[in-house]
Design a protein around this ligand. Structure first.
Ligand SMILES: Cc1ncc(C[n+]2csc(CCOP(=O)(O)OP(=O)(O)O)c2C)c(N)n1
Ligand SMILES: [Mg+2]
Length: 378
């Protein structure tokens, strides 16, 4: 006999007072940073400073992009303030041969692969100059449709293995994207074929205005991995050293033929969803401010100094260099000639659709209608 179904309730609230948001997450810095931590010293000054520099460059880009949006130089822009640790660690845990599959929130990771910052900024300007060369940087085109980049990454990873190439794919996604069908399909296929892919989920607790507890009954997103038969690990997403360690382990597994890993980088979206969003309309901003102390650059900075891996002036210089490198970026963007309407359309389609050709020829609507009938009844 089938019993009564359980009443529908929301999953536990990871943000409730007393709840442990970071439960089971790997951390190097500890949650009461700055800590003198043996494992941080093991990271060594070289990698530690490279991670710090990468975060500083990402932060400078993000802050500049918000200014450019306010000045009307670029259109809407999704800031990633507070997610620099995850992004910097992911790029540095890979080699230049490995593939990245970004969403709208990781458009600057390509600059850590040597791409000039104007390129992603031109993309946000809606300018065809923003389409980067995918093969050069091994960074796939940015996917704005949520979760659509997961199957791309799995296909690329599986394909590279079939071709005997030694490269892995890393795909980014948010907490909300783990409720989409593509996520399920991609995880399942990746595990079945042991594709060398890392699913790097940034759990910033929000999908625009939807909190995680209204999105899924699973409080720890890493637990979803078990359903596909792959390892799922949680990491403190505000801790660049922990993120690097955990992602590097996942990369090593993928390279050794041990298949995919789901990494859940736990954090909190410190800023708005994007420049067009006003979070005070749907969330308690006092809650958000409770996470400010975890902001990854300040946190790493304090810990590096305490651990004796860097001097404060050295870190200040790294940050200043990052800011200075973007100082004249607005002029460079504005110097790009505005594209014609044709160029904009042609950068979208490889083969121009007939409807667009008709529009360009300014054909009357009835001619277009006849063409449609002829095409569909052929
Ligand atoms: C297929 C699809 N549906 C809806 C949207 C609108 N949308 C843009 S971002 C977003 C929330 C995504 O949240 P999450 O996956 O947590 O990523 P985050 O924005 O927090 O990085 C939604 C619903 C979209 N871009 N694509
Ligand atoms: Mg999110």
């Amino acid at each position: 006999m089938i019993g009564q179904p359980p009443p529908v309730t929301l999953g536990p609230d990871p943000l409730a007072p007393g709840a442990d948001l970071m439960e089971g997450a790997t951390t190097v810095l500890g949650l009461d940073a700055p800590l003198r931590n043996q494992r941080l010293e093991e990271v060594g000054p070289d990698l530690a400073l490279r991670l710090f520099q990468a975060m500083a460059r990402l932060r400078a880009f993000d802050e500049r992009a918000v200014i450019l949006q306010r000045q009307g130089v670029i259109g809407t822009y999704p800031t990633y303030f507070g997610e620099e640790a995850i992004q910097a660690a992911s790029v540095l845990a890979l080699t230049a041969e490995d593939w990245l599959f970004p969403t709208y929130r990781q458009t600057a990771v390509i600059t850590l692969r040597g791409c000039p910052p104007e390129v992603p900024l031109l993309m946000w300007r809606g300018h065809p100059g923003g389409w980067h060369d995918v093969a050069t940087y091994r960074v796939a085109p940015v996917c704005v449709p949520v979760a659509t980049n997961y199957p791309h990454a799995v296909g690329a990873a599986w394909g590279s293995r079939l071709q005997g190439q030694d490269c892995v794919s890393l795909v980014y996604g948010g907490d909300g994207s783990t409720s989409a069908g593509e996520f399920h399909e991609a995880c399942n296929l990746a595990a079945v074929v042991a594709a060398p892919v890392i699913f790097l989920i940034t759990n910033n607790q929000w999908a625009i205005s939807t909190p995680v507890r209204k999105q899924t009954r699973v409080t720890r997103l890493a637990d979803k991995a078990a359903a596909y038969g792959m390892p799922g690990v949680r990491v403190d997403g505000f801790d660049v050293f922990a993120c690097h360690q955990v992602i590097a382990e996942a990369v090593a597994r993928a390279r050794n033929g041990q298949g995919p890993t789901l990494v859940e980088a736990v954090g909190y979206r410190l800023g708005p969803h994007g420049t067009a969003d006003e979070p005070s309309l749907y969330r308690d901003q006092a809650e958000a401010r409770r996470w400010d102390a975890m902001e990854p650059i300040q946190r790493a900075q304090g810990a590096l100094v305490v651990a004796g891996l860097a001097r404060p002036d050295q870190l200040a210089e790294i940050r200043q260099e990052a800011v200075d490198s973007l100082r004249d970026v607005a002029e460079r963007l504005l110097a790009e000639p505005l594209p014609s309407l044709e160029q904009i359309a042609d950068s979208v389609h490889r083969v121009t659709p007939w409807t667009l050709s008709a529009e360009r020829l300014r054909e009357p609507g009835w001619v277009m209608g006849l063409r449609t009938i002829a095409r569909t009844t052929r």
